[in-house]
Design a protein around this ligand. Sequence first.
Ligand code: COA
Length: 460
Amino acid sequence: MRRDIEPFFAPRAVAVVGASRTPGKIGHEILRNIKLSGFRGNIFPVNPNYGSVLDLPCYRTLADVPSDVDLALIAVPAKLVEGVVGDCVRKRVKSAIIITSGFSEVGRRDLEDRLVSMAKGKMRIIGPNTFGVYCARSSMNATFGPTKVLEGKTAFITQSGALGLALMDWTTEEKYGVSAIVSIGNKADVDDADLVEYFADDPSTSSILIYMEGLKDGRRFFEAARRAVRRKPMVVIKAGRSARGAQAASSHTGSIAGQDAIFAAAFQQAGAMRAEGMTQAFDWIQALNENPVPKGENVVVVTNGGGLGVLSTDRCEMLGLKLMDLSDDLTKQVQDVTPSFGSAKNPIDLTANADDLLYGEVLRLIMRRREVDAVIALFCQTANIDPGLVARAIVDARDKEGLDKPITAAFVGGRMSQMAYEKMLERRFAAYPTAERAVDGMNALMTRHRQLKSFGKGGR
Ligand code: COA
């Protein structure tokens, strides 16, 4: 475990410098979130104007805090930050998150460099220009974002503040659980490579997701990524693909987005999966988090609609997913339970009358088979079948028969289908509203299978 990074995520004592009594002020919201999130360490507000803030004793300066401090959150105006960093160094604070904006993103790299050289060898810094850090393991929400965050397995590192803040709300809405969220800001000191190394070792993190605009030290990052990918999957959204996008990234966080083709090649070499955008990234992460990695490449699709079967076949072909030929005896078993006008070929078409019982039965038949490595279950909403019951049957089949096999599902249709797949998400099942996305999720798992195989791990 990176000892210099650990105090950001598991501090015993936290100080909020610039803590305010005024609701809505950033220094107030951060303190409130740390308190409400159930953080078990000590919390010390620092502000020369108050004796207490949010019922916690408040100190004039960091020097007055009657204890060691592992983490300082700094939310004072830019011109005061240097003084506060000096106070931190003198107090031997181990880590600082500088929330304040107004540094390299507005052309003042000199100010940022001064902070880093003051702290060099003594204290690590996240930021400046960040919204903070959330860590599920420490029950610590040291951000000015939403108070409630859904706990899960993914560490999310974001260079965009707004995107990260939006995601904090998503976690609850869309059931994407996170083990940590780090708003990395201008990366004056701690950068993606440091965090990737840290989360590769973090037992509460099983996948890493990064939103990145640019890198200062590409070589270090790709080395760290290559090592991390041997232990857990990594998904990257790299913005600034286009020339105009790169320009926007530069004025957003002062990043040099670099040549996209070089990034693309380096991600591939390191084994980081590069997503087109947010939706794809989260679809992949969901499939990876909720499933075992397939042991081989044989995929079976089960559907109640010929159209969905064709669409998913096209998508599988395009992505290089192998729809296996079913053996004669498996074909016979499927034929015995499906209507004569259905199809027992892959994709298996159970026809529009297929109910929860039929889905359950066929999925159990398939998932018991050693030669089947992965299953995609698709459902088109019809007038006479309750999507909720089918969803339950699919999750039950996974829980009973398929714990060592990955399965993704799509429920296509109106409100009832949406409710059905949302229920599946609650049961930690990778479910989506379209067949293409269910196939994409499975593709992420297959990519991981191939990676593990190339490391000499996994396989039947
Ligand atoms: N030690 C401790 N507290 C101090 C202080 C010091 N040396 N000097 C001032 N303060 C207090 C102030 O008194 C004030 O609290 P109060 O008004 O309740 O007394 C508090 O610190 C904040 O100072 P204030 O001058 O009111 O600034 P602000 O709250 O309007 O703005 C920032 C401060 C950091 C929020 C602002 O400068 C900023 O950078 N905003 C952008 C942040 C951002 O978007 N980050 C990126 C997100 S992705």
